[in-house]
Ligand binder design. Structure first.
Ligand SMILES: [Zn+2]
Length: 331
């Protein structure tokens, strides 16, 4: 679960703020903000720089040479722990939080404090969150809990209110684009469409590029068009979407429907998620009714949320695509 420590240009402000006064750190931090901004990497960075014996407060980076730094680099630092969902599981359980609580009440072995990172924190089930709440109410001395979440509203309010929130926002478009173009091997002409598809989050844009998502998106958009003209079968289309990854297909569809709604409401031109496919979306929109688009958007959201549970992915996709083909063929 451990992410590599990394400080991105757009997370420097947060780092400097924390390093200004490390003596008066709260017991718990909540790193909150959209996916793809490097929050987990920031948590790893904090564990590194806060345990380091000789951090450089100006940069602000750890020395890389002290005992703490060396143990961390080897992944064997006894005072730093990562908690995430066990493999193949979708939740963080109460047993994991109990184990954590026990170790937190022991003194730090070599560092000044124990640091625990819980990521993604919204994966805690309700029992785990209640267990954590007890820890937050009576924080063990010399400890720092770092919760990482791209969906903090899924955490109980009682947990959220006991953490100091560190907010992460998308960097300015120009900063994000120039960072993407500086990544070795990143095709510069894909920076803009991918950043838009990623909702402005640079690391997410990078992942989309590495997954070859522009090509996949081309196929998904093609499917949506042919379903609308009645020239494709939603059931076999659903099987294809499943093989491409149900979640990313539904997430893309959600953005695509938002684009269609935006075009309906402000045809003049607004920022689209699929910024490079505006013309095709304009054509598609002509066959659609705005009210029904809103209803369909809700259905897509519901289906995406159901992916977290035991629901059958194929059935969810079939349902969504059958709805779509009906909707698009009505006019
Ligand atoms: Zn060090």
């Amino acid at each position: 679960m451990n992410s590599g420590a990394r400080l991105y240009p757009w997370t420097l402000t947060q780092a400097r703020r924390i390093m200004q006064d490390t003596e008066r750190l709260p017991h718990a931090l909540l790193l909150a903000g959209p996916r793809g901004l490097g929050k987990a990497e920031f948590a790893a960075y904090m564990a590194q720089v806060l345990s380091c014996d000789h951090p450089d407060r100006a940069t602000p980076l750890s020395c890389g040479a002290c005992q703490n730094c060396r143990l961390l680099a080897a992944g064997t630092h006894p005072d730093i722990q990562w908690v995430g969902p066990a493999e193949e599981k979708k939740t963080i359980t109460i047993d994991q939080i109990r184990a954590l609580a026990q170790s937190l009440y022991l003194r730090p072995y070599i560092g000044q404090r124990k640091i625990i990172v819980i990521s993604p924190a919204e994966m805690m089930n309700i029992n785990a969150a209640n267990g954590l709440l007890k820890l937050l109410e009576e924080p063990p001395p010399d400890s720092l809990l770092i919760l990482v979440s791209s969906d903090p509203m899924r955490l109980p309010a009682t947990v959220r209110s006991r953490c100091q929130r560190i907010k992460f926002d998308q960097p300015a478009r120009s900063e994000a684009l120039s960072w993407l173009r500086s990544v070795e091997g990143f095709p510069g002409d894909q920076a803009e469409p991918l950043l838009d598809l990623a909702g402005g989050a640079p690391l997410r844009a990078l992942t989309l590029q590495q997954d070859g998502f522009l090509a996949v998106r081309g196929e998904l958009l093609g499917d949506i068009e042919t379903l609308g003209t009645g020239n494709a079968d939603p059931v076999s289309c659903a099987a294809r979407w499943k093989s491409r990854g149900a979640r990313r297909c539904l997430e893309w569809l959600h953005g695509g429907v938002i684009d269609l709604i935006k075009i309906s409401m402000a045809p003049g031109g607004t920022m689209l998620v699929n910024s490079d496919s505006g013309e095709r979306l304009h054509v598609l929109k002509k066959r659609l009714d705005l009210k029904q688009l809103f209803r369909f958007l809700e259905a897509v959201s519901d289906s995406t949320n159901l992916l977290d549970g035991p629901a059958d992915e194929l059935l969810l996709l079939e349902d969504v695509l059958i709805r779509w083909s009906r909707l698009a063929r009505q006019k």
